[in-house]
Design a binder for this molecule. Structure first.
Ligand SMILES: Cc1cc2nc3c(=O)[nH]c(=O)nc-3n(C[C@H](O)[C@H](O)[C@H](O)COP(=O)(O)OP(=O)(O)OC[C@H]3O[C@@H](n4cnc5c(N)ncnc54)[C@H](O)[C@@H]3O)c2cc1C
Length: 328
């Protein structure tokens, strides 16, 4: 960690877009911090036995002109492809969603494996402390963690924020999700696109065959469980959860040819509520902003947190902070 003009906690899509926007607007001294060993957050891809599987976002849709412009550029560069869906296309990264995040974060020099555990007001901004006890100061701060993590961080900090606004973020609940990852050698009955989200047993939200999706040489399947099922089974033993998922997926997946199995447990997958503004200014006097996928533009009628909401929230927070920094 180092002292910086602007620091962003969370290098998921919204944090990456905030950092890129600040840089594009000429703010050079930007620090991007994440507790993970890679950027991307919920744009997550796992390498399994020489194959690959997405186990966070599988695809994204485009409703805004803002994202559409980027999509055209990313397609030209060969980073993404139209996966399925007509007339509403689902786009996906050609080599795993995490690679798209890594490409977008190139040149941002993120500080990884660094969990911020407290924030304190200091002269001209904030002082951040990491789990290892390291500290740094920053003039402005943008926090883009899933909201329950942001709430915990703020509760463990010494920052005087607007209580009404704080309650707004405290009242958002974020559902968990289980994703089972299975390598099999036999053919699945998942359609040729590699994606199915209809006609599935209760509790299963979607299944993806990454070989058919075109991102893996090995047949690795992700089975996504819905929020209700994941909530019900969240505290259960991993082996038991994996067994239950396999049982629900057996009509589609030839488990007799299984080579490996893994389970991803997302404590915070999808917000049950949204906040209808692109980011939140939490402090009356100091530049402390909260952004992320839960923040939607007022005109966004989907009421769904997703890739596009994270993308737009990060840009909006980045634009706003660029303006503030330039006024100083
Ligand atoms: C299972 C699953 C399936 C999904 N499917 C889809 C889909 O198909 N289409 C779609 O559009 N969206 C989907 N989504 C949603 C999409 O992935 C998210 O909306 C988006 O990626 C969120 O980006 P973000 O930057 O707001 O948050 P995140 O990606 O969560 O980034 C926040 C970052 O903050 C970091 N962090 C947290 N606390 C700290 C701390 N104290 N210190 C430092 N760093 C910290 C985390 O490590 C994380 O990297 C899915 C999500 C999940 C989990």
């Amino acid at each position: 960690m180092r002292d910086a003009q602007v620091t962003i906690i969370g290098a998921g899509l919204s944090g990456i877009m905030a950092a890129r926007t600040l840089r594009l607007n000429g703010v050079e001294d930007v620090q991007l911090i994440d507790k993970g060993k890679s950027v991307g957050g919920r744009l997550a891809t796992r390498r399994i036995e020489g194959g690959k599987a997405d186990h966070g976002a599988q695809f994204f849709t485009v409703r805004s002109q803002e994202l559409q412009q980027y999509v055209e550029d990313w397609r030209e560069k060969g980073w993404i492809k139209h996966w399925f869906g007509d007339p509403y296309p689902r786009y996906t990264s050609v080599d795993g969603m995490n690679t798209l995040a890594k490409r977008l974060a190139e040149d941002l020099d993120p500080e990884l494996n660094t969990r911020i555990t407290s924030i304190k007001e200091s002269i001209g901004g904030f002082q951040l402390t990491s789990e290892e006890g390291n500290t740094c100061t920053t003039g402005a701060l943008i926090i883009t963690c899933p909201l329950p993590q942001t709430v915990t961080l703020l509760e463990e900090s010494r920052v005087s924020f607007d209580p009404e606004k704080f309650n707004q973020i405290k009242n958002v609940s974020v559902s968990p999700a289980f994703v089972g990852l299975f390598e099999v050698t036999g053919e699945t009955t998942i359609p040729s696109s590699g994606h199915v989200d209809k006609g599935l047993p209760e509790g299963v939200e979607r299944m993806v065959d990454h070989y058919k999706k075109g991102i893996s040489d090995k047949r690795i399947i992700s089975i996504y469980m819905d929020s209700e099922w994941s909530e019900t089974h969240f505290e259960q033993d991993e082996e038991e959860v994996t067994r239950l998922i396999k049982d629900l997926g057996k009509e589609f997946i030839p488990f007799e040819s299984i080579r490996s199995e893994q389970l991803k447990r997302w404590r915070y997958a999808q917000s049950a509520q949204v906040i209808s503004q692109p980011f939140l200014n939490l402090h009356d006097a100091l530049p402390l902003f909260i952004a992320g996928d839960t923040f939607l533009y007022e005109e966004d009628e989907t009421a769904r947190t997703r890739f596009e909401s994270a993308f737009r929230s990060g840009i909006a927070a980045g634009e706003h902070v660029s303006g503030l920094v330039k006024q100083l």
